[in-house]
Design a protein around this ligand. Structure first.
Ligand code: ADP
Ligand SMILES: N[C@@H](CCOP(=O)(O)O)C(=O)O
Length: 363
């Protein structure tokens, strides 16, 4: 039992797999792996930080993550949203207990989930009443590509684009490895998001499809994997991706998935060929596994910026995961990996008071 003036909320944000082959910075899928935050607001608690925020983690996935509210990505994001709304911190002392099941730096959208959690946290705890569209604007000021955050906000298979804004979206970068010029929350660093920067559309995804995520046991910062991409592409490669992306948007939604249609529609020439040197086993998996030799397989791609490799499948999930694991582990002495069979979930971020009253509908 908690005292009556103490309030507690739970925020649950899904992992996401971005790109899905040809949809670089466009497509995202929400997966059944979650970042969970329990926020306990206790007006009578001792203030331990000027921002009124105290942080703890209970999991090994997040070792190395800062517990300083001005540096931690979740709270740094929340402080940015608060500062845009004239607040220097949370209104009352708040303890955040974080259980993060999304491995960091693996291409499963941990940073996108952290950014979405920060925006929702500020929205709920300061009673800002931000719409989902406005929450997306805030997310995009920090995570500059829309694919992960749009899918984490609204759930499902999501297509998104950014408005061509006339000034850079230059709030502290979320991607690990990027320098932070100022802490969010500094009054002089506040840059309000333009209204309506991001747009999204939820697409159909057959209930028969699951995602097999092969997760190598090493981190690859998204900033590093973006750094290897070329500044321009040939018309031929762009057309190759556009053709596949157009087909993929509908192919995954067909009730009975067509394996070869999806398999070819998940091919890519914009990012995977440039990133494959950073991801041992990706070329070998793409070359050796297809629907003719792997029953149930629908398609394979790099998940986000990697190193996770994602197979979409309608059957034989464990066999597909084991085969991918074998192919990755044989590339390099000492390299290990594991796999998870995940559902594609239709709910985006959920926020509820601990007595289960829903506070944030993602739809
Ligand atoms: N739950 C979290 N709490 C705090 N920081 C996080 C959390 N999740 C991700 N991050 C930050 O995001 C970084 C990983 O981001 P990134 O390189 O984009 O990889 P990913 O593919 O997992 O999104 C971490 O090193 C950490 O700084
Ligand atoms: N479109 C981005 C997606 C990054 O996703 P993440 O899960 O690796 O953060 C990219 O490919 O760089």
């Amino acid at each position: 039992m908690v005292a009556s003036n103490v309030k507690a909320f739970e925020i649950k944000v899904p992992a996401t797999s971005a790109n899905i082959g040809p949809g670089y910075d466009v497509m995202g899928l929400s997966l059944s792996l979650f970042l969970l935050i329990k926020a306990t607001v206790d007006p009578s608690a001792e203030q331990t930080h000027p921002t009124n925020i105290a942080i703890s983690y209970d999991d090994i996935n997040s070792s190395g993550v800062s517990l300083d509210p001005t540096k931690n990505l979740i709270t740094k994001t929340a402080l940015y949203v608060l500062s845009c709304n004239g607040l220097k911190g949370l209104p009352s002392p708040t303890h955040l207990h974080i259980s993060n099941n999304i491995p960091l730096g693996r291409g499963l959208g941990s940073s996108g989930a952290a950014v979405v959690a920060g925006v929702v946290l500020a929205n709920v705890l300061a009673g800002l009443g931000l719409s989902v569209q406005r929450q997306l604007d805030y997310c995009l000021m920090i995570e500059h590509h829309p694919d992960n955050v749009a899918a984490a906000l609204v759930g499902g298979f999501v297509a998104s684009y950014l408005t061509d804004v006339d000034r850079p979206l230059s709030i502290p970068a979320s991607e690990s490895g990027k320098p932070q010029e100022k802490s969010a929350g500094d009054a002089d660093s506040v840059q309000q998001p333009p209204v309506g920067i991001g747009h999204y559309l939820k697409l159909g995804c057959s209930k028969k499809i699951k995602a097999v995520a092969l997760i190598p046991h090493f981190e690859l910062a998204t900033s590093k994997a973006r750094g290897v991409l070329p500044p321009s592409y040939t018309t031929k490669d762009v057309v190759f991706n556009l053709q596949r992306l157009a087909v993929l948007t509908t192919a995954l939604g067909q009730e009975t998935p067509d394996p070869w249609l999806i398999y070819h529609a998940m091919e890519d020439k914009i990012h995977q060929p440039y990133r494959q040197n950073l991801v041992p086993g990706l070329p070998e998996i793409l070359e050796s596994m297809d629907p003719s030799n792997t029953p149930g397989l629908l398609g394979i791609c790099l998940s986000g910026a990697g190193p996770t490799i994602l197979a979409l499948a309608s059957d034989n999930f464990d066999a597909i995961g084991n085969r991918m694991k074998e192919l990755v582990e044989k590339q390099k002495e000492g390299l290990t990996a594991s796999f998870k069979v995940l559902d594609i979930i239709q709910d985006g971020v959920q926020c509820k008071s601990i007595d289960s009253v829903s506070l944030n509908s993602s739809l």
